[in-house]
Design a protein around this ligand. Sequence first.
Ligand code: ADP
Length: 408
Amino acid sequence: MPWPILTCLALAAAIALHVRWRARFLRALLTARKELERLQREHQQAELQLRTQQQALFDSMAEGLLLLDDRGRIRLANRAFTKLFGQSADIRSRTILEALRLHELAELVSLLGEKTPVFAKELKLSRPAERWLEINGAAIFDGGGRRYGTVLVFHDLTRLKQLENTRKDFVANVSHELRTPLSLIKGYVETLLDGAKDNPEVAPKFLRTIQRNADRLQLLIEDLLAISELESGNVQLNLEIVPVGPIVRRVLEDFRARAEAKRVELADETAGLSVRADPARLEQVLGNLVDNAIKYGRVNGRVTVGGAALPEGQVRLFVRDDGGGIPPESLGRLFERFYRVDKARSREQGGTGLGLAIVKHIVQSHGGKVWAESQLGRGATFSFSLPAGPVAFSSSDLSSAAAEGASS
Ligand code: ADP
């Protein structure tokens, strides 16, 4: 074969080989690129999943959490933190000072380092609301000892602080309430021992004062025991369907003498109502409210116990008087332990300042609510709600109610 033809054939073979290999190479390149893209997508997805899981985990924490990067800029804030600080804007990439304006905290974070890798600090915030926080901070280092961030955990201590203050106030109040009658008893006993016991003109009067103050102490201790039992949460309620009428009649009967002494008329407007309650506790609630209505009501006045069915299976019972009423600023505080509108008047009437707190606890332990309405000079109405009994209670309820009513 002549050379030119051979050369041409060799060239053609080389070109064919080249085209074939190029096509193969391009196909392999394409496959490799697709594989790379798939791996990248998988990686991104895994990263997103990890970040979502991390955020969900942090958001499920009760404590506020902040992660800062190596330059002190916020990288992550969880939901509890956002709530604690009332933050609505995105604070990522800002510093603590820019985002929170807490100079003290910013300084503590800046002092974190290898020598002091952690801190714990209590802080009181006044914005957005008054709050007590315990903040724990820790610097994070990588394997080579290089600082790459900070983690801050915020515990809300507000509720604990409030409880602590309530407990302190309670102890102070109890001590104060006990001290007054005790010092009177002590004073009169000393006077009697110093010779007054032989003076028939003053001795009986002093002894009566001692007796009155001893009664007061006893009442106070009984009320304190009742409150602590109710607050312990261990109260066993004997819930039953109770017709209200017989209980109201019994309570009014107990207070009849006191009402007559003040010429107060007692009225019962609870006919036909029944509730699901512990009868002894219901009697205690009504007793406290009727007692107050007579105590703080007017001479020649009227005290009414009434009620009505409420929607959603509840019954409202109330005790109304036409006395001097309660100033509006006191209405919201009446159910606090030891709160009295007029301290001197309450003590003079033998009050302990705990009656309405006991009422509130009993009603709440039945799942009900208690509230007071009043216009100064135009009397007061104390109402509470309880779960309703059947609309028309059975004949056996009625007969037992009638029997109780007759015996009281
Ligand atoms: P207290 O032993 O002082 O009566 P309570 O807890 O029963 O304690 O009542 C708290 C305060 O609420 C009373 O000191 C009184 O100032 C006020 N209060 C209660 N009931 C009435 C009422 N019916 N009318 C006016 N004030 C009342």
